[in-house]
Design a protein around this ligand. Structure first.
Ligand code: C2O
Length: 599
C-alpha cells in the first residue's frame, strides 16, 4: 500500500449519490485551447448540475431505494439476474507463464507492428488475493477538457516516467499497454476451469465494466506511485458532454520543443482527421457523418440517451451478459459509444487502425485510459439514474470472475468483480460534469405511422423467413410482440426487449449495423436523434476463437420507444437492420421480442 503521508491538505468529501464531490484542485478551467463553438454547447460549463430529473422516469424512487442503490453489491445482493447463465466464473490463470502470444483479431499478424507478444513478465510470487487499502481521501478524476496547468504538468510527468521505464518492468508503458492485448486477443485460456478451448475475453459481455475498472485502478495507482502522489487521478474524456466532444487537447499539445512528439501523452497513431476541434461522432461508421457541429452534438446527445436510458432497461442490456458462444450480448454502451470512440480515434491509415482502433494496440495510446475512465463513469451514472432498478449483476459467476494484475508495488495480485462494484471503495470518484443528454430523449420522426398495418402482407414475418439471414443489405421483417397495450403496471413488472441472436461476423474487421423499429421508408435517414432508432451493434476488431468469425447477440429495450412512436397497440413491430460497416459476410439467426422481468 502506498503511503498516504504525502496527501495534500485539500479536503475531499465523500461523494453523495449523484457524485457532487468537488475538489478545489480542479475548479480552474484554464488549459483547454479549443472550445466547442456551436450554440448547442453553450451553458454546459456548470458542473454542479448533475441529474436534472425533468425527463427521467424516477417516480418509483423512494429514499430507501436510493440508499439501497448506494450499497452497490451489498444493496443488490438478493436480487435475481435475468437471462445470463454460464457454468463457471471467468478466471485468469494462476500461472501467468501459461500465457501465449496473442493470436486473434488481427488482419495480418505480420503487420501488427505493436507486437503480439503480450504476456506479462514472470513473477516470483503470487498472484495473491488483492486486499483493497483503506482510503482516507478520494482521488478525484478530472474532466479532461477542464484540466489545470498544474494537473497537466503532473499527468505528463507521470506518463513520461512510465515511458522511460525499461520494457520488462511491469509498470512500463509497454507492459501496461500489453495488458489490454493479453486479455482481449487470446493470450490466456480458461484452462483452470477445464475449458482449454476457451480464450479469456473480457469484451462483448458483462466482464467489460469490471475488468476495465480494475485495469484503470492499477494504472492510476502506478502513475501516482511514479510521481509519489497517491492523490493522482486519471483525467476522463467527457465525450458525453458537448464541452468534451473532441479529442482532449492535452493529448495533442506540443511538447517542450514545440513538437507534439515530445508530449508524453501524445500518440502518433491517431486519425489526423479527428484532431481538435473536430466533433466526435458517437455513431461513427468508419466514415465522416457529414453533420454540422450543432447536429453532430445533438445526435451524440440522443445517442447517449438511447444507450443509457431507452435501450439500457435491464442489467443484462446495460452490462451485457455472461459469456455465451451464441447469444452472449455486449452492453449498450460497449457496443455503442465505446466502440465508436475507439474506431474514430485510431488511425485510418494504419493496417489495423492502430492504436485505438484495434484492441491489441489500444492500450498504447494514453487516451485509451481517459476514454475508459468515461466508460467507467457511465457505469456509475447508470446506477444513479434509477437506483431501484439499475443494478449490478448478482450471479455468482459474475461476482467471482477474476483477473490478474501487477499492483503499484509490483506484486502480482488477483482481483474479483465483486470487489469493484462500489468505485468509492477503490478510492476514487469523478469530478462532476453535467449530463445534458438526460434531456435528449429522441423524438419520433412519425407518430402512429401505421407502417405496421401497411407492411402486413408485404414484408415477411419472422416465421416466414429462412434463417440465418444475410446482413449484406437492408433487412426488414415483422416481429410479433408477446403482448400489446401494456399498462403501467405491466411495464413496472417487465421490459419489452428486442433480441437479435446468433449475429455472425468477421471479428477481424470493424463491424456495425443499426436497428430501427417501425421506420417509415421515405428517403430520409433515421438517425439516433429519432425514436425509431432502437440501437446499434458495433465491434472493435478482436476475436474469441482461433478463427475469423465471431458470434454474438444484441438486446435493446423498446418499451419507451413504442410509447414515443405511439405503436403500443400494434401486434407486430417492423424491424429494419441497416448495414453500416463490415457486414458483407455477416448473418443473423434469430430476431424476437420478449418480456424480461424487472429485477
Ligand atoms: Cu478493452 Cu475499449 O476496450
Amino acid at each position: 500500500m502506498a503511503s498516504l503521508s504525502s496527501l495534500s491538505t485539500v479536503p475531499i468529501t465523500t461523494t453523495s449519490l449523484s457524485g457532487r464531490t468537488r475538489s478545489p484542485l480542479f475548479s480552474k478551467t484554464s488549459s483547454h485551447r479549443f472550445k466547442v463553438s456551436c450554440n448547442a454547447s453553450s451553458a454546459d460549463e456548470n458542473p454542479n448540475l448533475i441529474l436534472p430529473n425533468t425527463s427521467l422516469n424516477m417516480q418509483n424512487v423512494d429514499r430507501r431505494n436510493l440508499l439501497l442503490g448506494l450499497g452497490g453489491l451489498y444493496g443488490a445482493a438478493n436480487l435475481t439476474n435475468i437471462g445470463s447463465a454460464s457454468a463457471y466464473p471467468i478466471t485468469a490463470p494462476d500461472d501467468i507463464s501459461d500465457c501465449v502470444d496473442a493470436n486473434s483479431g488481427i488482419n495480418d499478424p505480420d503487420r501488427a507492428f505493436r507486437g503480439l507478444k503480450c504476456c506479462p513478465p514472470a513473477s516470483a510470487t503470487g498472484p495473491i488475493d488483492y486486499v483493497l487499502p483503506e482510503f482516507s481521501q478520494l482521488r478525484i478524476r478530472p474532466a479532461a477538457q477542464r484540466l489545470t496547468p498544474e494537473y497537466v504538468e503532473k499527468y505528463k510527468a507521470a506518463i513520461a516516467i512510465m515511458r522511460a521505464l525499461p520494457e520488462d518492468n511491469p509498470h512500463s508503458w509497454k507492459q501496461q499497454g500489453k495488458i489490454h492485448c493479453a486479455y482481449c486477443n487470446g493470450a490466456y485460456n480458461q484452462e483452470m476451469n477445464g475449458h482449454p478451448e476457451l480464450q479469456l475475453q473480457i469484451h462483448n459481455g458483462s466482464l467489460f465494466y469490471p475488468f476495465h475498472r480494475w485495469y484503470l485502478y492499477f494504472y492510476e495507482r502506478i502513475l501516482g506511485k511514479l510521481i509519489d502522489d497517491p492523490t493522482f487521478a486519471l483525467p476522463y474524456w467527457n465525450w458525453d458532454n458537448p464541452t468534451g466532444m473532441m479529442l482532449p487537447s492535452v493529448f495533442e499539445d506540443p511538447g517542450p520543443n514545440g513538437n507534439p512528439r515530445t508530449n508524453p501523452v501524445f500518440d502518433p497513431f491517431r486519425d489526423v482527421k479527428h484532431l481538435p476541434p473536430t466533433i466526435i461522432d458517437l455513431q461513427f461508421r468508419g466514415q465522416e457523418s457529414g453533420l454540422n457541429c450543432v447536429d453532430q452534438i445533438s445526435a451524440n446527445l440522443s445517442t447517449m440517451y438511447g444507450q443509457m436510458v431507452t435501450s439500457a432497461t435491464s442489467t443484462d442490456a446495460f452490462f451485457g451478459t455472461n459469456p455465451d458462444p451464441v447469444n452472449g450480448t455486449p452492453g449498450t454502451i460497449e457496443s455503442g459509444a465505446h466502440t465508436s470512440v475507439h474506431i474514430w480515434t485510431g488511425s485510418s491509415r494504419m493496417p489495423n487502425h492502430e492504436d485505438m482502433g484495434n484492441f491489441y494496440s489500444a492500450g498504447y495510446d494514453p487516451v485509451f485510459y481517459s476514454h475508459h475512465a468515461n466508460v467507467d463513469r457511465m457505469w456509475k451514472i447508470w446506477k444513479d439514474l434509477k437506483p431501484n432498478s439499475n443494478q449490478d449483476p448478482t450471479d455468482d459467476d459474475w461476482l467471482n470472475a477474476s483477473y490478474v494484475f501487477y499492483d503499484e508495488n509490483k506484486q502480482l495480485v488477483r482481483v474479483y468483480n465483486k470487489d469493484c462494484v462500489d468505485h468509492n471503495k477503490l478510492g476514487y470518484d469523478y469530478e462532476p460534469s453535467r449530463i445534458p443528454w438526460i434531456q435528449s430523449r429522441p423524438i419520433p420522426r412519425v407518430k402512429a405511422s401505421n407502417i405496421v398495418a401497411q407492411s402486413l402482407g408485404v414484408v415477411k414475418k419472422v416465421e416466414e423467413i429462412e434463417f440465418p439471414v444475410k446482413l449484406d443489405q437492408i433487412v426488414k421483417v415483422l416481429v410479433k410482440r408477446p403482448a400489446t397495450k401494456r399498462d403501467e403496471n405491466a411495464k413496472k413488472i417487465a421490459n419489452e426487449m428486442l433480441f437479435l441472436n446468433g449475429i455472425k461476423f468477421n471479428g477481424e474487421e470493424f463491424f456495425k449495423f443499426d436497428v430501427l423499429v417501425d421506420d417509415v421508408d421515405d428517403g430520409i435517414e433515421t438517425t439516433a436523434a429519432s425514436s425509431e432508432f432502437a440501437g446499434t451493434f458495433a465491434q472493435v476488431p478482436h476475436n474469441h476463437e482461433h478463427e475469423m468469425f465471431m458470434t454474438s447477440g444484441a438486446a435493446f429495450g423498446i418499451t419507451e420507444l413504442l410509447e414515443d412512436i405511439e405503436a403500443e397497440e400494434d401486434e407486430y413491430v417492423l424491424v429494419t437492420l441497416v448495414p453500416r460497416a463490415g457486414t458483407e459476410d455477416a448473418t443473423i439467426s434469430e430476431i424476437k421480442i420478449q418480456l424480461v422481468p424487472i429485477a
